[in-house]
Write a protein that binds this ligand. Sequence first.
Ligand code: ZN
Ligand code: ZN
Length: 138
Amino acid sequence: MLCAKCNNAVTDFASCSLCEGNFHYGCAGVTESGYRRMGLEKKAAWRCMSCRTKSTETGGSAIAEVLKEIRNLRVDFNAMKMDFGNVQADIRSTKTSMQELNTKWNKMESRFSGIEDRLLTAETKLSSLTSIQKEYWN
Ligand SMILES: [Zn+2]
Ligand SMILES: [Zn+2]
C-alpha cells in the first residue's frame, strides 16, 4: 500500500472516505491515537486534508463565487441586451437613412444627367455660335 500523499509505503493508515486514498497519519494531518480514537462511523466519514479543503470550497465560498458569477453574468447580459437593442435601433435608422440617401442620390443623378444634357446643348450652341461669330467677324 502506498500513501496517497507522499507515495511511500504505508502499512498503518487513515483511509479517506471521499478519494479513497490511504494516508500516513502524519500525511493526513491526524495523529495515530486521534484516528484510532474515532468511532467506526467517524472513520467511515473521515476525509483527508485535500478533500476537506475541497469540500469547504464547494460547500461555502465556491457556491458564493458561482452566485456572484451568475449575478455578474446577469448584469452583463442585461447590458448586452441593451446594447443589442441600441444596435437594432441603429440598424433601423441606418436603413431608413440609407433609403433616404438612395432616394436623394437617385434625384441627384437625374439632376446631374439633366445638367449634363443642358451643358452639352449649351456647348453645341456655343460652338455653333462661335463659328457663326467667326464667320461674321472675318
Ligand atoms: Zn505519507
Ligand atoms: Zn481524500
